[in-house]
Write a protein that binds this ligand. Structure first.
Ligand code: AMP
Ligand code: MG
Length: 491
């Protein structure tokens, strides 16, 4: 039975928010992958159509009854410079559905052809970036990190040109909202304060309903967006994720990871890690990500300033207070994540030092980030320092001291080593989408149209915490010849 509840609330907003546009049909779509579990949660029955029929749907050749496709308007600061008009240049919001849990979700096609916002672009996407987003967003989801999700990927049968000729593809993604900081900026830049208010009310209704009818709801919205972002980005830091392009147009108001471009997970720990080929100054490096959220939050504050208070000075003061308080609060979020990674449930004064001293040891030894935290689940079981740990961070008096203090601190919570071990196993993944594995499966898809490796990788990454994951080849860091040090947008 198919029972999809369509309800397109964004298309009911004022006309200035979007431009209606149908997907541009493609010649020979083929389904690469349909996310059955996600499709079902949205009310689709994956068996109700053949693979060829789904390909027509997710290529935009056939519109589902109930869709009302449109390109959203937005602006944004890209690498610090304001661009007053960006918008969906190669994406279309097809429809919103209320899923089985009662949550409203956008269904968006990415790569569906030119729109009013395409500027000089072709409105299309190449297969590599489409599959990268598929693999990485689904991996983020299984790691428990808020994210847009991948519902389907299709090839279009048409080439795209990105310096070289590549197969074209379309990703269908699902999000709690596609409103970005840059959506507010679009209207603020035009001094259309009525639209800014309409958008803020929409966001509150849809993503922050607890703020409806609150007298200071816009101030509280700014605060709440900051809180969600602090939690989100702290969870990225906990798995070594680097988004790569945290422009204000790539920061979701709903607090999900969005717009996977040259993103990557780091192998060996180095807080200054940057993968993106276009991030020359390391603006979006690993350790700068919370700072960038604060910068983006300040841009959101500016965009909604007149809503905060009628009195300009009071509005500025409120905004400043929230933006300044963000960083210390975000660091607390980060510390909570890191405490969890060390197995702690309680908060104690020396925790930060324990976290930081381990990170320093890892940095000095160029230890693999994922494996170091992962080895603690077995490591806690013995009073002796485990060789898995010394193999990664080296054998030294400093390492011994760290291990003993950490073990004592964790067991001081009154847990047995077995219980502590379970906490550690279920918090620290063995499997992340390591760059060399991602590149390998993308290369098979791009060069040989071989999709078996990507299917296998998505399925393997689905259980990152299982004890059996430790011995999988995909859990291993790259060998020297396999290392990937740079990633590309490819858009
Ligand atoms: P991104 O870097 O993917 O976040 O995109 C930044 C802006 O460029 C957005 O407005 C996109 O819609 C637009 N854009 C990216 N690629 C294309 C393309 N191939 N055709 C048209 N617009 C694009
Ligand atoms: Mg973007």
């Amino acid at each position: 039975m198919e029972s999809v509840k369509f309800d397109n609330s964004y298309s009911r907003l004022s006309d200035c928010f979007f431009v209606r546009q149908s997907p541009v049909a493609v010649t020979a779509p083929q389904l690469i992958r349909l996310n059955n579990e996600l499709a079902e949660s949205l009310g689709f029955n994956p068996d109700s159509r053949t693979s060829a029929e789904w390909a027509e749907v997710f290529a935009g050749n056939v519109l589902l009854d109930g869709s009302d496709p449109l390109a959203m308007a937005y602006a944004g600061h890209q690498f610090g410079s304001f661009v007053p008009q960006l918008g969906d240049g190669r994406a279309l919001l097809l429809a919103e559905v209320v899923d089985r849990d009662g949550i409203r979700r956008d269904i968006q096609l990415k790569g569906s052809g030119r729109t009013a916002f395409s500027r000089s672009g072709d409105g299309r996407a190449a297969i590599g970036p489409v599959l990268r987003e598929y693999v990485v967003s689904e991996a983020m989801h299984v790691l428990g990190i808020p994210t847009t999700r991948a519902l389907a990927a299709v090839t279009t049968g048409e080439p795209v040109y990105r310096g070289t000729k590549l197969p074209g593809a379309i990703l269908t993604r699902v999000a709690r909202s596609h409103v970005r900081v840059g959506t507010f900026q679009f209207f603020a830049a035009r001094q259309n304060w009525q639209a800014v208010r309409e958008l803020a009310d929409y966001v509150i209704w849809r993503n922050y309903p607890e703020l409806q009818n609150r007298p200071a709801r816009y101030v509280e919205l700014l605060q709440a967006v900051g809180e969600r972002q602090a939690r989100l980005v702290s969870s990225w830091l906990g798995v070594g994720f680097i988004h790569g392009v945290m422009n204000t147009d790539n920061m979701s108001i709903a607090g999900e990871t969005i717009d996977y471009g040259p993103c990557a997970f780091m192998d060996e720990y180095d807080p200054a890690t940057v993968f993106s080929s276009i991030d020359h100054i390391g603006r979006y490096r690993y350790e700068n990500q919370l700072g960038i959220v604060q910068w983006n939050l300040a841009r959101l504050a500016e965009a909604i300033l007149p809503l905060l208070d009628e009195d300009y000075e009071k509005a500025v003061n409120q905004a400043t207070e929230i933006v300044e308080a963000f960083y210390p609060q975000a660091e607390e979020c980060w510390l909570d994540v890191m405490r969890g990674k060390l197995g702690f449930k309680e908060s104690r004064p020396d925790d930060r030092e324990l976290v930081e001293s381990l990170l320093t040891l890892m940095h000095e030894a160029q230890a693999d980030f994922t494996l170091t935290f992962r080895c603690l689940w077995k490591g806690i079981l013995s009073a002796e320092i485990p060789t898995e740990l010394t193999n990664l961070v080296g054998a030294s008096a400093k390492v011994d001291k760290w291990f003993l203090s950490w073990r004592q601190r964790l067991l001081a919570e009154g847990v047995s080593p077995q219980e502590a071990s379970e906490r550690l196993r279920t918090t620290n993944p063995a499997l992340i989408p390591r760059n060399h594995n991602v590149e390998r499966v993308l290369s098979a898809a791009v060069k040989d149209s071989d999709f078996a490796p990507i299917h296998r990788l998505v399925e393997q990454l689905a259980k990152p915490y299982e004890a059996s994951a430790d011995s999988m080849p995909e859990a291993e860091p790259p060998r020297p010849g396999q290392r990937v040090t740079q990633t590309f947008c490819g858009t």
